[in-house]
Design a protein around this ligand. Structure first.
Ligand code: PRX
Length: 646
């Protein structure tokens, strides 16, 4: 995928909503332009508050407080608020990998959440403000665990179940979690992923001393004896006891109390724990999901993201459930047992709104239209995409084949740090431009800037959010300096780490990360993280990692390694080195190719020139090599790269 295909795109596609939505959007823009505080107060007022706030925002850069003095509970806003009118409405339609479905109404979900929350608080002594790590497959118990933590005011830290033991251990240690909620395993493409073995490795040798309890959902083998993890007490996940309303452990939370931590990759080897608040986060989650997805009472909404990522937090759990929507939660993958799986599901559950990632869309394209056309997808009325730039070709295919030319597409740009959607086209308000995320939502201010902090009206630059917004990250857990350095030191306003361009009509096209962060299949992976994993291998002396364009995944990882003295290269060794990345981080971070080289291109002062490695990996002309201390190495690496068939 070349950048030019994005920047040369000029088509504007009109796929309208109803007039009512159009009026609503114009009103929102007007309201936001008239008085931004009133605008956000009105959005926050759509939540149920235990006590109202006395000030909309307090902004002392880079620290924001929203809805100051307000009190609420996020879990109650997703459950209790709906019991009177929507108690018997389906909240979650869960589809297992094996093809079984289960439906939970709002009443059912509420009961289970209260029951589990009661246990967490009273049996396992999880206190308000304590951190709870959740490491589970995509089963309803995951949603129950998240909402139960929110109910008692514990700060959840969900770790994607594809992450390795080491990643899980690092996240438990960094957050100092006192409780881990997990499962004995999950299913993936017909195989069991042995989560309990991964947990056992993560907790081996008392590596996580902060943990007081482990709660395990016996999903694969309900009757197996509970596993042992050192001396940490292990308990069964139970959520079906009836709790009297008077024993409901619901906690009154300050608007600024943290709701969760979510780890994401950055430019160092250590992922950062992004902290989100309760009141501001919930305000934007509820507002943006209703507006962008045009949620209506009878919609069946399916976001294919895992709850382990921010998309799963904001647009599977907190956003749709706070709007009393019916969500689909799917445990499996799109190509198991066959490549029609998603379309079967849409037909079976009459999904009306479908939100997925460009990588998935490009795979569907490759698999062929016949998987789609044999299914009735007429229930669909709106499509969404997130996580990475969508190339215009994939956008058009999504529109024509999945949407049957009838469904608007929302290409939503946002980040773990922003908590919710920032940029998108709102279909009845502006036509869509394939490949371009579009405009800031009402209430949000985005500019493209040069590195002098000046706004660019038409051209490319750095993507910045120029005014505080309710769901902005409140910090990096335990690392104030990193928070300031990463987001607030490049520009005078929030710098997202992305490069973007803006056209003469104001459409913003996000080009991608400009820092040392890769985006592989919509997942953020730090180059340093992968390099640190590679040098853990006993045969590797040094490593450098770059991203190259990939037709399906957007980007793929190419790693260059120097082997230690006396170690000779072999296919077995390279495959073993590759597997260390899975072991250290998770399979999502595995390099597509590893090139072993006697040296890396370095300046005379010893700095690795990744720019040159990237040019080699992409097969481009090699730029200026005059600053290299070892210019000859480039030709050697080029030859080795040519042999690797990338
Ligand atoms: O580079 C941008 C890309 O994904 C990054 C955020 O990754 P993460 O925090 O994992 O959150 C992903 C889900 C919100 C951004 O900095 N990105 C996300 N959405 C888009 C995108 N790039 C282009 N277009 C998008 N719609």
């Amino acid at each position: 995928m070349s950048l030019d295909t994005f920047l040369e795109e000029t088509r504007l596609i009109n796929t309208g909503f109803c007039e009512k939505q159009k009026e609503n959007i114009s009103k929102l823009f007007n309201e936001a332009n008239t008085n931004i505080d009133t605008f956000w107060n009105n959005r926050a007022n759509n939540l149920d508050w235990i006590q109202t706030w006395n000030k909309t925002v307090e902004w002392e850069k880079p620290h924001a407080k929203w809805f100051v003095g307000g009190k609420l509970n996020a879990s109650a806003n997703c459950l209790d608020s709906h019991l009177e009118n929507f108690g018997s409405k389906t909240a979650i339609i869960w589809e297992s990998e094996k093809g079984d479905s289960l439906q939970l109404t709002y009443n059912d979900l509420h009961q289970k959440v209260v029951s589990f929350a009661h246990q967490l608080k009273h049996t396992y002594n999880v206190k308000k403000g304590a951190r709870v790590t959740i490491y589970m497959p995509m089963v309803p118990e995951l949603a129950i665990a998240v909402l139960a933590c929110a109910r008692i005011g514990a700060i959840h830290s969900v770790v994607f179940a594809g992450f390795s033991a080491k990643s899980l251990q690092d996240r438990i240690k960094d957050s100092q979690s006192t409780c881990l909620i997990t499962a004995d395993g999950g299913y993936r493409r017909g195989k069991v992923i042995p989560l309990k073995d991964i947990v056992s490795n993560a907790l081996a040798n008392h590596a996580c001393p902060s943990l007081e309890n482990v709660i395990i959902h016996q999903y694969i083998q309900a009757n197996d004896p509970l596993p042992q993890f050192n001396s940490t007490p292990v308990h069964k996940f139970i959520c079906d006891s009836i709790i009297e309303p008077k024993d409901d452990p619901i906690e009154t939370m300050d608007s600024e109390d943290p709701l969760f931590i979510l780890y994401t990759s950055g430019t160092t080897g250590k992922p950062k724990g992004i902290v989100h608040s309760t009141g501001g986060y919930m305000t934007h989650a509820k507002y943006s999901s209703e507006l962008v997805f045009d949620l209506k009472e009878n919609d069946i909404y399916w976001c294919t993201a895992d709850v382990g990522w921010i998309t799963g937090h904001s647009y599977m759990i907190y956003g749709p459930l706070s709007n009393a929507s019916t969500i689909v939660m799917f445990e499996g993958t799109p190509d198991y047992p066959n490549q029609s799986r998603f379309w079967e599901l849409i037909e079976k559950h009459k999904v009306s709104i479908f939100y997925t990632a460009p990588t998935a869309i490009r795979s569907f394209m490759k698999w062929g239209d016949e998987h789609i056309t044999k299914h009735d997808l007429s229930s669909l009325r709106l499509l969404g995409t997130v996580g990475e730039p969508i190339n215009p070709e994939a956008w058009m295919w999504y529109h024509d084949v999945i949407g049957n030319k009838n469904c608007p597409i929302v290409d939503t740009w946002w980040q773990t740090e922003t908590g919710g959607i920032i940029l998108t086209t709102l279909p009845s308000h502006h036509p869509s431009k394939p490949g371009s995320a579009g405009f800031a939502l009402p209430g949000l201010s985005v500019e493209i800037k040069n590195d002098q902090n000046e706004s660019i009206i038409n051209g490319a630059g750095l993507l910045s959010i120029t005014k505080p917004w309710p769901s902005m990250l409140r910090g990096v857990w335990g690392d104030e300096q990193r928070f300031k350095d990463t987001y607030w030191s490049t520009l005078e306003t929030y710098f997202a780490g992305d490069g973007a361009s803006i056209d003469e009509n104001g459409y913003i096209t996000v080009i991608g990360r400009i820092d040392d962060v890769l985006n592989v299949a919509g997942h953020r992976i730090g180059t340093m993280e992968v390099e640190s994993a590679l040098v853990e291998h006993p045969a590797v002396a040094e490593a450098a990692v770059v991203g190259i364009p990939d037709d399906i995944k957007g980007q793929a990882i190419v790693a260059f390694t120097i082997l230690k003295e006396g170690i000779s290269e072999s296919p077995e060794l390279i495959s073993d080195i590759n597997s260390i990345v899975s072991k250290q981080i998770g399979a999502i971070a595995k390099p597509k190719v590893i090139v072993s080289t006697p040296d890396l291109p370095k300046t005379r002062s010893g700095k690795i020139m990744r720019r040159l490695l990237k040019q080699v990996a992409e097969g481009q002309e090699i730029g200026d090599t005059t600053t290299l201390g070892n210019p000859d190495i480039i030709h050697e690496i080029k030859e080795k790269m040519a042999l690797s068939n990338v």
